[in-house]
Write a protein that binds this ligand. Structure first.
Ligand code: KDG
Length: 317
């Protein structure tokens, strides 16, 4: 059984060669992105077996994505090709030094991935892992994609451990109800990742991690990311479990924050697959996120396992 299956849209990503507005940047470097395949790539780099299920166009960008993701050791045999729709791409600018804000331009409407549905996706392959990782981005791609998420998150016997990263992308919102669907989907998952700021923006929840937990009591594990402060995990299912576990983030010089959430999720899931205690899972999340934060692209290779374990003091030193 494969450890983790991640399903979602991946895109060829164009990174700016210089700071500045999208209107001014003269050229871009090609890289790859896609929240869910980022998680699969980082987990594969961390020594787990991982599969990415997605849909790309029958075009060169589709070839590039499949080849690059396979290069991380991810199983891409269930990625389908759409002969009629293109592979999505996106451009972004460097973060403003003062505010951290950056521009994103998606060219993904009508993409091959937006045509993912129960009819075009290999559902058996999607459900074959110990963990199935999904994100709210897919819900925003099309009605078919949203229906696919509802079907994959339905509670049924033998369902893999369902991991859901809320990943609200305001640039993709097409209906005012979009954020509520994300709350709905999160309720159906076993492990949920959400940013404190994201919960406020999408759902209007203020009052910090406890207030988010109160609004989302169902998932066995809820991880609230609090930016440079750290993250709080709620895993109160076991009577002996503490109500909340907080771990501070690492202090790093941020180069580009995009992809850090995916790396965090991958680190946490890696610790989960290894049966590590909650504190170690959070530390691995922060460590993997630090790698992504300090590279310009969406994806960064995490430290090797023995090195990572020393860094998070898993051996107790
Ligand atoms: O989390 C990083 C992703 O946002 C990035 O790789 C692109 O999947 C992407 C998206 O939809 O924004």
């Amino acid at each position: 059984v494969v450890d983790v299956v991640a399903l979602g849209e991946s895109m060829v990503t164009f990174l700016p060669t210089r700071p500045g507005r999208l209107a001014d940047v003269p050229s871009f470097d090609r890289a790859i992105g896609g929240a869910e395949s980022n998680v699969a790539c980082v987990l594969a780099a961390a020594g787990h077996s991982a599969r990415w299920v997605g849909r790309v166009g029958a075009d060169g960008f589709g070839d590039h994505l499949v080849e690059r993701i396979a290069g991380y050791g991810v199983d891409v045999s269930s990625v389908s090709r759409d002969p009629a729709r293109p592979t999505g791409v996106y451009f972004r600018t460097a973060a403003d030094r003062g505010t951290g804000a950056h521009e994103v331009a998606y060219y993904r409407a009508g993409s091959a991935a937006s045509a993912m549905s129960a009819a075009t996706v290999d559902l058996t392959a999607a459900r074959a892992g110990r963990v199935l990782h999904l994100s709210g981005i897919t819900a925003a791609l099309s009605e078919d994609c949203r229906a696919l998420l509802y079907s994959l998150t339905a509670r049924r016997p033998g369902r893999p451990l369902l991991s859901f990263d809320v990943n609200d992308r305001p640039a993709l919102r097409s209906t005012p109800e979009g954020p509520l669907a994300l709350l709905d989907l999160a309720r159906r998952a076993d492990i949920v990742f959400v940013g404190e700021d994201e919960a406020e923006e999408a759902w209007g929840i203020t009052g910090g991690p406890e207030a988010i937990r109160a609004a989302l009591p169902e998932p066995g594990l809820l991880v609230v990311k609090q930016g440079e402060k750290g993250a709080t995990a709620f895993g109160g299912r076991r009577p002996t479990a503490p109500p909340a576990t907080f771990e501070p983030a690492l202090h790093v010089d941020v180069v580009a924050a995009t992809g850090a959430g995916d790396a965090f999720a991958a680190g946490f899931l890696s610790g989960t697959l290894r049966g590590l205690p909650l504190t170690s899972r959070l530390r691995l999340g922060h460590l993997f996120a630090a790698a992504a934060l300090t590279t310009p692209g969406d994806l960064a290779t995490p430290p090797a396992r023995d090195h990572a374990d020393r860094l998070i003091a898993l051996d107790g030193t």
